[in-house]
Write a protein that binds this ligand. Structure first.
Ligand SMILES: Nc1ncnc2c1ncn2[C@@H]1O[C@H](COP(=O)(O)OP(=O)(O)OP(=O)(O)O)[C@@H](O)[C@H]1O
Ligand SMILES: O=C(O)C1=C[C@@H](O)[C@@H](O)[C@H](O)C1
Length: 272
């Protein structure tokens, strides 16, 4: 497999390509509609999607909180991390759809599209090894993080390389955390995850070994979504609620004039 770095760019499946990051001056925008307890009279930012929703509010319609996330994020990407089978792709796709103005990107899919012919990630692992895969994955993440308004489903091992965190942390990182039993059950008939192949150990015990090594890294995420038996829709609901909460608790930093400079030339508080 030879992948030239200049080809490591995401290909967008939606008609519109997201704007480049340099157009965003402030990552998180405050929203007058705070979390879920907005009032119908509150001002909604002038964005075609939320403006349309504002009319709905006046008619007593409750807007989808997922829609309300977009203006609060101001273009900031959401990165979903977690073990293989935790639902990053299924949940990420549904989330982007419900947010309305966000594009879904799956880094595993971007990598697969870069491989020749019908080659799969498992083929790449077999022929080039995990270390080479991690290099490509890092390059893909470096390409993806230059775009805004994306929900990014990442490969399960993306958290392992410290340099990837400098990219992930330009966005909000969300850890999807179902139990290992749930994951093992979801993947029992799926042979597309190379790290779970081989008869030496059961898939569940392999998952356990991988999780033991990675849990500390996954838990660096900004938002943790514990998952039981919830379906994809419900997981999106919880993710959206927890992300609103995260933004409430971590409001954008406003520019503040340093106290000293505000006093320059004044009568009181002047420096001696
Ligand atoms: N909450 C859920 N309830 C039921 N099934 C789910 C749920 N989330 C995901 N699934 C199913 O589990 C399987 C694995 O999910 P998915 O491919 O989204 O995981 P992933 O985290 O993206 O995995 P990988 O990192 O290996 O790509 C899929 O068949 C998906 O439809
Ligand atoms: O957990 C992992 O290391 C992996 C998860 C998948 O998403 C793929 O990125 C690949 O199979 C490796």
């Amino acid at each position: 497999f030879v992948i030239h770095p200049s080809f490591v760019r995401p290909t967008f499946t939606t008609a519109s390509r997201p704007a480049v990051r340099s157009t965003v001056s402030s990552p998180l925008q405050p929203l007058h509609v705070g979390g879920f307890d907005y009032q119908p009279d509150d001002e909604i930012p002038s964005n075609p999607i939320t403006a349309e929703k504002a009319d709905d509010i006046e008619e007593g319609f409750t807007p989808d909180p997922a829609r309300l996330l977009s203006p609060r994020l101001g273009g900031t990407n959401l990165y979903l991390v977690g073990l293989m089978g935790s639902g990053k792709s299924a949940v990420g796709r549904e989330l982007a759809l419900r947010m309305g103005s966000y594009t879904f990107i799956d880094t595993d899919e971007v990598i697969t599209n870069l491989l020749p012919g019908d080659a799969t990630i498992s083929d790449f692992f077999e022929s080039e090894g995990e270390e080479e895969f991690r290099k490509i994955e890092s390059q893909v993440l470096a390409g993806v993080h230059g775009y805004v308004r994306c929900v990014v489903s990442t490969g399960g091992g993306i958290v392992c390389l410290p340099q990837n965190w400098s990219k992930l942390q330009t966005g909000i990182v969300v850890f999807l955390d179902p139990s290992l039993d749930v994951i093992a059950d979801r993947l029992k008939n799926d042979d597309s995850r190379p790290l779970l192949q081989g008869d030496d150990e059961s898939p569940k015990s392999k998952l356990e070994g991988i999780m033991n090594k990675r849990r500390k890294m996954y838990e660096q995420a900004d938002v943790v979504v514990k998952i039981g038996e919830e379906g994809v829709e419900q997981v999106v609901d919880v993710l959206v609620r927890e992300t609103h909460k995260f933004i409430d608790e971590n409001p954008p930093k406003q520019y503040q004039q340093p106290e000293d400079s505000a006093d320059v030339g004044g009568d009181d508080g002047a420096k001696q």
